[in-house]
Ligand binder design. Structure first.
Ligand code: KG4
Ligand code: ZN
Length: 385
């Protein structure tokens, strides 16, 4: 099956063509409408689905938004409108498939910036109407989680239908717009157990980078500065708070951290001119975010006896977070498996949307996949299948 993925929820225009090959699945094991999903999934456990990424085009708008230190929604929509058709053409060309071969369109319907979402959703609906093929709306966050099934090496991009040893899973989803801890008890069964009460982790990186004039997006810029600190002797005493780390819930708050950096800059007007001080400040800000994320994730993993921990979203590209989460997971007595998307698929892309759309289409078998029923929703929540 060939799936066209479309992603325009924020400032990246993404179009991908993926091929889902389920030759490994026994026909009799495919879920039928009558079967309960749990049974059909257990039956399929030894089988898998190969995802071949035939093309994955991401047109970044970083240059457009950089001068504002963040995404400007209306400018983002204008850029999506300009880029989306060339991206489609390039995606189809690179995939070397005939347009008529596309079986399903998967498009991000939310959450995100409504001007941006509307461009992708309406474009996708027009294609579904023109080609007379099914279309499925995808929750962007479900897309980020589905990125764990993608591999840059097509041959190994294998989705193993989760077996009973996979659940419960705890997913830490950290992006520019979201910071959530999600309990996944079964295929398509999500429960948000905690989330940020104000800024998202990625937003915090972006805002701190803006305060330090490090450019946009802030996450990679702060990580780069922090990584310049090579030896202990270069370490200066810079201390920032770890908001809500002691609280016995799974919620987060990052706006206070940004304010703490603002005051630190205000009170150290001379020191801030020193690049070593900036590097220390970046390292401490990054570590403060990581400490809170890991502490809460580990606590959730223990409480819910997680067999799998999933890290996803743009901030999952942070190398220190990946490294430290791997270390923390190994220390857990229950030894859960840790799944982190390949670096290439952490930030917004349409391949992850295509995979999430395909899985929902295949396993939920939605009744309505008509273009008329699809609409954008800026505040879309993760819904159970
Ligand atoms: O998932 P994503 O591409 O877009 C949203 O859905 O929001 O995430 C973008 C966010 C930005 O805030 C960016 O600063 C952050 O991910 N990010 C990083 C890194 N790469 C991207 N944060 C920390 N370290 C990184 N290496
Ligand atoms: Zn995202």
């Amino acid at each position: 099956m060939i799936i066209l993925g479309i992603e325009t929820s924020c400032d990246d225009t993404g179009i991908a063509v993926i091929k889902a090959d389920q030759r490994g699945l026994k026909r009799t094991c495919l879920p039928t409408k009558q079967e309960s999903m749990r049974i059909s999934i257990l039956e399929q456990a030894p089988y898998g689905i190969n995802f071949d990424i035939l093309s994955n085009i991401v047109s970044s708008q970083v240059k457009v938004h950089a001068k504002y230190g963040g995404v400007v929604p209306n400018l983002a929509a204008r850029e999506h409108l300009r880029n989306i058709e060339p991206c489609l053409k390039q995606a189809i060309k690179e995939s070397k498939i005939n347009l008529k071969k596309v079986d399903l369109i998967a498009v991000t319907t939310g959450p995100g910036l409504i001007p941006s979402l509307l461009i992708g959703v309406n474009f996708a609906k027009a294609l579904a109407y023109k080609w007379q093929i099914p279309i499925i709306g995808v929750n962007h966050l479900e897309g980020h989680i589905a990125a764990i099934w993608l591999s840059p090496n097509h041959k190994t991009s294998k989705f193993r239908v989760p077996n009973p040893n996979f659940f419960p899973a705890i997913s830490l989803l950290v992006s520019g717009g979201h910071t959530q801890l999600i309990l996944i008890n079964d295929f398509g069964k999500y429960k948000i157990i905690g989330e940020t009460r104000d800024d998202a982790a990625g937003e915090c990186f972006d805002k701190i980078a803006k305060l330090l004039n490090l450019g946009y997006p802030g996450g990679p810029a702060i990580a780069t500065e922090a990584a310049k600190l090579k030896t202990k002797s270069q370490k200066l005493k810079v201390t920032l708070p770890r908001p809500m780390i002691e609280q016995k819930n799974y919620d987060f708050s990052f706006s206070g951290l940004k304010t703490a950096v603002l005051y630190l800059i205000r009170d150290n007007k001379e020191k801030i001119k020193d690049e070593k001080f900036v590097q220390n400040l970046c390292a401490e800000a990054q570590q403060a975010i990581i400490d809170v994320l890991i502490e809460k994730t580990m606590r959730a993993a223990k409480e819910y006896k997680a067999k799998t921990i999933i890290l996803s979203g743009g901030v999952a590209a942070n190398k220190e977070l990946r490294k430290q989460l791997t270390k923390a997971t190994k220390k857990l007595n229950s030894k859960p498996q840790l799944l982190i998307p390949h670096l290439k698929f952490c930030t917004d892309n349409a391949a992850m949307i295509a995979v999430a759309g395909y899985l929902r289409y295949k396993f939920k078998r939605p009744n309505n996949t008509n273009w008329r029923t699809i609409s954008a929703d800026a505040n879309l929540r993760l819904k159970n299948w």
